[in-house]
Write a protein of this length. Structure first.
Length: 216
């Protein structure tokens, strides 16, 4: 009876360990996928708003916002994209995530308030969900220091301070490559946003016509 109970407990423990290992491999992938989507949308949105393409103008008019609101959104979207993708700056990251959530949740509420359907508010709702997922999945080195310190204490008081995850992450963050990669990604995403802008303008114009925001 005791052997059976012990065997069952060992199997349960092994299953939990395997599940934890699988999640530890999936989590960083899920984080970077959701973060890429969030950052790319913020960058594309900043380009569209700062250049104030026709789609932005007709949408602002449809929702009842002033024209200058596009420039405010565009500037903050650019800043949020940088804060989220680069290493360090955990407090700015928190504000950037909050701003992104307010941006897309506000878009959902704005479209609902004027009676728009799912085709209008479904997209910002999706991006808001991606922002929440990215925030939840962010690794320890992208969280506020207080959170990381509490986690490290609970992991064990005997851990060598020089070898702690917090110290190792800080050492990585001061290396040039830690900054070159995200900055290079930002440059590429901005280039893609600018190069695809003519095509996207035509696509979004067709969408505006379909929604009745533009009369041909």
């Amino acid at each position: 009876m005791t052997r059976t109970h012990q065997h069952s407990a060992d199997e349960e423990s092994a299953a939990v360990t395997r599940s934890g290992r699988t999640w530890s491999r999936i989590r960083p992938i899920a984080f970077w996928v959701t973060t890429f989507v969030v950052v790319f949308e913020l960058i594309a949105g900043s380009v569209w708003n700062l250049l104030t393409i026709e789609w932005v103008e007709v949408q602002l008019h449809h929702l009842g916002y002033p024209h200058f609101f596009a420039y405010v959104l565009g500037a903050w979207q650019a800043g949020a994209a940088v804060a989220i993708i680069v290493p360090r700056l955990p407090l700015l990251k928190e504000w950037a995530y909050v701003g992104a959530f307010f941006l897309w949740s506000g878009a959902v509420v704005s479209h609902l308030s004027v009676g728009d359907g799912l085709q209008s508010w479904g997209v910002p709702l999706m991006f808001g969900a991606f922002a929440i997922a990215s925030w939840v999945l962010r690794p320890a080195d992208r969280r506020l220091p207080e959170t990381r310190l509490r986690r490290n204490r609970s992991a064990g008081a005997g851990q060598d301070e020089a070898g702690s995850p917090e110290i190792r992450s800080r050492a990585w963050e001061i290396r040039p490559r830690a900054w070159v990669v995200p900055i290079g990604l930002l440059v590429v995403l901005y280039a893609v946003s600018f190069l695809t802008l003519p095509v996207m303008e035509d696509v979004m114009r067709e969408q505006a016509v379909k929604l009745g925001w533009i009369n041909e």
